[in-house]
Write a protein that binds this ligand. Structure first.
Ligand code: SF4
Length: 715
């Protein structure tokens, strides 16, 4: 209706974990005009190219607009009722015959908190299985596990503002310039204003981020624990220890330090193992020792590793020793990959967690949750983590899987195994906004979901800031919210407790749960508490300003946000203390050899997001890197007999793909970089996931995306 007024809606970017505020100005009949929201503290009006191009991605071509069901081998359009009956009936009969662990949900850090909350309640409280995992397993689960070991709960202590208040920023395994661009802009500005701010980049690749760095340590892939154990040992030896803090607020230092000293007490040897210049290593150790206000930010180079959890703890150990946590300008800082990986963690979206940061292995908390939900049962053992989940599907112990807002046939390691699994699976349900992805082609039931700009709810970014995503476009075709589809299936399976009117009602329940029996009866106090936000009226939820949790309500009725945790030195372990974790260094699971002599590293390109189902629609984003590439060192190219600009084949023990050779200039000898974005839907099947080894971290279950042995040959 062209007579409708022009309207500006404040919402949140659906891509990376910075969680920028976006304003969308909608004039009927035209593409929404996208701008940065100057009132959002995360970005203060800035947007990166991906966020700025959001308007171009809202076109409807390729959208899944109607439910579909498989009949005699092919898909046909169906009504919602028929599709939902098929899902509910299929789940119910499989559960009746094989038990609750024979079904599973595989969800996504792209979901809103409200969708995520309902999915988790459905599985853990009503189906009675913890077989719900999320693609955050591929992204943040090592940080989650590291936080729980160190702090007693999955908590990010600091705020983005700390990057501006720090005197040293250490970026570990993070191409911040490309993957968290507006945060990088803040660092850039801070350094311009105050050139004494030291930036250290620790990354095997010389990325765009390194251009800002005063010091770049191009570590050998997988050796981060040696580097940080070496730092811990160095700091202790040089008396850089906050003895009062360590004595009052921590435990476990002796073991951690003995472990660090054993392998990493000699910086010269650490430099050899990490393959970095010993003088540069010492410069880093000396700089860290001399600077109190240090932020150590880490991302996928740390998480996506078979020793990812130990890497996280090795970093945190150095902050605990020096008491550099809980105060402005300092602390360990996990940079979240996805827009709502944090929100998913809050509602227990991982197979080894419960809602509201309650613990699966804590019987009092399990009881509290079951009572709150008035649920017939509660999962009492961890479910299958992503890689194991799809193995169980192939082996046949999981017979039905509902995949929501993610594309595991492209994004999981050993992705051809996922294809085999879905081909064998009795019932594959896929909820998506896109009709044809590598994963949707294996669906028995397809459910059309709402996309960004159409759906309504909340997300939480890396600094614990809860922001609203608001709808400003009508639902296309018959697309519906994911929470609605989940509730409809739950109702059809005879479950009560899924009668939500809207996203606001779900958020209200989530907020109430976070305060439910918190700290009562020996169940332990949970820091994640947003009970101050319960009881909000619908219009207050709609008008909600971005706010960092925990959120309690003050006596005068105002909401109290929390910028920083642990200022008082109190942690979430029962002892109230933080824990040092002894981290014995170990190399990646699969070593290089004569047959596969190069280490494959995977990651993002600047202008694309995940499997390109949205960013791929924007021509200007495609310009930056129009096709998949293999980035390697010219000398390695020579040895492999491949030339820049020509096609080459990359092969691992798990799969192969073809892409064009490039010399980006940032790769050390012995390593190869291939981006994660291209799928089997593009011209050639360039799913790098098919090559990635399925080794996982033993604690977090996070796959080793940064180290797969490969060889390269002319195509
Ligand atoms: Fe979106 Fe991240 Fe870019 Fe911000 S930095 S606009 S959240 S992709």
């Amino acid at each position: 209706d062209m007579s409708l007024p022009v309207q500006t809606v404040r919402t949140t970017c659906p891509y990376c974990g910075v969680g920028c505020g976006v304003s969308a100005t909608v004039k009927p009949g035209t593409i929404p005009i996208i701008a940065g929201d100057t009132a959002h503290a995360a970005n203060k009006g800035r947007l990166c190219v991906k966020g700025a191009a959001l308007g171009e991605t809202l076109v409807l071509d390729g959208r899944l607009l109607y439910p579909q069901v498989r009949e005699n081998g092919s898909m046909r359009r169906a009504g919602w009722d028929e599709a939902l009956e098929r899902v509910a009936g299929g789940f119910a009969s499989i559960i009746a015959e094989h038990g609750p662990d024979a079904v599973a949900l595989y969800v996504s850090g792209q979901l809103l908190t409200e969708d995520y909350y309902v999915a988790n309640k459905f599985m853990k409280g009503y189906v009675g299985s913890a077989n719900i995992d999320t693609n955050s397993r591929l992204c943040m689960s090592s940080s989650v596990a590291g936080h729980k070991r160190a702090f007693g709960e999955d908590l990010v202590p600091g705020a983005y503002e700390d990057f501006e208040l720090a005197d040293m920023i250490v970026l570990v395994g993070s191409n911040t310039a490309w993957c968290h661009p507006t945060l990088f802009q803040r660092i850039l500005k801070a350094k311009e204003a105050r050139p004494s701010l030291q930036v250290v980049a620790i990354d095997p690749r010389r990325t765009a981020t390194c251009e800002l760095a005063d010091l770049h340590l191009p570590v050998k892939p997988g050796t981060d624990v040696w580097l940080f154990n070496g730092l811990l040992s160095y700091l202790a030896r040089h008396g850089v220890k906050d003895s009062a803090f360590v004595a009052a607020h921590t435990e476990g230092l002796d073991m951690a330090l003995a472990t660090a000293d054993a392998d990493c007490g000699d910086p010269a040897q650490v430099a050899r193992i990490c393959r970095v210049d010993p003088a540069k290593l010492l410069a880093f150790y000396e700089g860290f020792a001399a600077t109190r206000k240090v932020v150590s930010a880490y991302s996928q180079g740390v998480n996506q590793s078979s020793s990812g959890t130990d890497k996280v703890n090795a970093i945190i150990n150095c902050h605990l020793l020096t008491g550099r946590i809980g105060h402005p300008g300092m602390g360990p800082f996990s940079l979240t990959g996805q827009p709502n990986a944090m929100g998913g963690r809050e509602v227990g979206g991982l197979a080894n967690m419960l809602a509201a940061h309650m613990d699966l292995d804590n019987p009092l908390q399990r009881d509290a949750l079951r009572a709150f939900w008035e649920a017939p049962r509660i999962a009492d053992k961890p479910g299958l983590k992503a890689v194991d989940l799809f193995r169980a599907v192939e082996e046949g112990s999981v017979k039905a899987v509902w995949i929501i807002a993610t594309n595991p046939l492209v994004s999981l390691p050993d992705a051809d195994q996922v294809r085999r699994a879905l081909e064998k699976c009795e019932l594959v349900v896929v909820s998506d906004i896109v009709g044809a992805t590598d994963t949707t082609t294996h669906a028995d039931v397809l459910l059309p979901a709402l996309g960004w700009g159409e759906k309504d709810g909340t997300v939480t970014n890396s600094e614990r800031c809860i922001s609203r995503q608001r709808a400003f476009l009508p639902a296309p075709g018959e697309a519906r919210a994911d929470w609605w589809a989940l509730c409809e299936v739950a109702r059809r399976m005879g479950f009560s407790g899924f009668d939500y009117e809207d996203a606001h009602a779900i958020f209200d329940e989530h907020a109430r749960l976070s305060g439910w029996r918190n700290g009562e009866g020996g169940a332990g106090r949970r820091v994640f508490d947003i009970s101050g936000m319960s009881g909000m009226r619908r219009q207050d939820y709609d008008a909600l300003e971005p706010i960092q949790w925990p959120v309690l309500r003050a006596a005068d009725g105002t909401l109290q946000a929390t910028a920083r945790l642990f200022a008082d030195g109190r942690f979430a372990h029962a002892s109230g203390k933080a824990r040092f974790v002894a981290t014995a260094p170990r190399l990646p699971v699969h070593a290089l050899d004569d047959e596969f002599p190069l280490a494959l590293n995977t990651g993002r390109m600047r202008d694309q997001w995940h499997t390109m189902t949205r960013t791929g629609k924007s021509p200007r984003l495609a310009n930056h890197a129009p096709e998949p590439l293999i980035d390697l060192h010219p000398n390695d190219a020579l040895l492999c007999g491949v030339r820049e600009g020509e096609l080459a084949r990359v092969t691992s023990r798990w799969g192969a793909m073809v892409a064009r050779v490039t010399h980006g200039g940032g790769i050390a000898r012995g390593s190869v970089f291939v981006p994660i974005h291209w799928s089997g839907q593009t011209a050639s099947d360039a799913r790098v996931g098919a090559l990635v080894n399925p080794a996982v971290d033993p604690v977090s279950g996070e796959p080793e995306f940064k180290h797969t042995p490969v060889r390269i040959e002319p195509f």
